[in-house]
Ligand binder design. Sequence first.
Ligand code: TA6
Length: 299
Amino acid sequence: MTLEPIAELQARFGQQGAISFAERLGGLVALLDWGGAQSVVALQGAQVLSYEAAGYGEVLWLSPEARLGTGKAVRGGIPICWPWFGPHPQGGDGPAHGFVRTRPWRVVSAHADENGTRLTLAPDGPPAHPAWPHTAELSLEIVLGTSLTLSLSTRNTGASPFALTQALHSYFLVQDISAAEVDGLQHVVFIDQLDPGALKSESGLVRIAGEVDRIYQDVIRPITIIDGSDRRIVIQSHGSASAVVWNPWIEKAARLGDMGEGGYRRLVCVETANAGADVITLAPGARHTLTAIIAALGR
Ligand code: TA6
């Protein structure tokens, strides 16, 4: 890693005490600070790798094996799944969860003030793939303040409509999965990905004691992760009617092989999405923004 890009980014976008750039995990990252909170954002995939909330510690889980520049998506933080969630919708040969999370992104703008520290990123080049015959503008705005807000905006720049599914695939850090609960999804119908196509719902809190992979539909309320005895993580969304709850548990974590020893016990994914039946059809010229607002609070 040459230091030149860092120096250039620092000169163009750095702001004392709020925005700086460095090399971490073998790649370029932006370091954001505001009011005692910090966040680390990789330029690869515009992937938030860390969010330390003021007074509540690290909010996101990141694999101890995370490395940038390997050509593989980094396990943890908040990967960007776009322009499809899950496998390629037409069975094409595009990668799972789309193709932008391993691509280089560039800094469009950066600014800090009394309301927060704001960083806007866009793919470094048009977001294109042989398995996706469309054109679009894509950007991610990250605001670090009393919470962490991500807004992923897509504008159809082509002449025909296209269907978009996507997710901010957030990996949240919990003390231990056995003491974690997910609140706010009571009576919400979900697609059980482990029982293909089955529609189910539950009456209470989501507790995890095995592999869970669910696409909740018609989600209208904030979702809260109760993290043991002293912390809650609240996820609000805009531009989203679905949410994914995922924990790989033991066997799938072993198959994935990049979560570290017992890593599955420290994470629960609650993903702010347009997934399942929540498909966005973008007309030419139209724009859609998917927003997640993440806050850490006491119990
Ligand atoms: O969001 C849940 C999920 O779709 C799971 O099925 C699992 O595949 C997970 O995403 C991780 O996918 P990845 O491609 O990042 O390994």
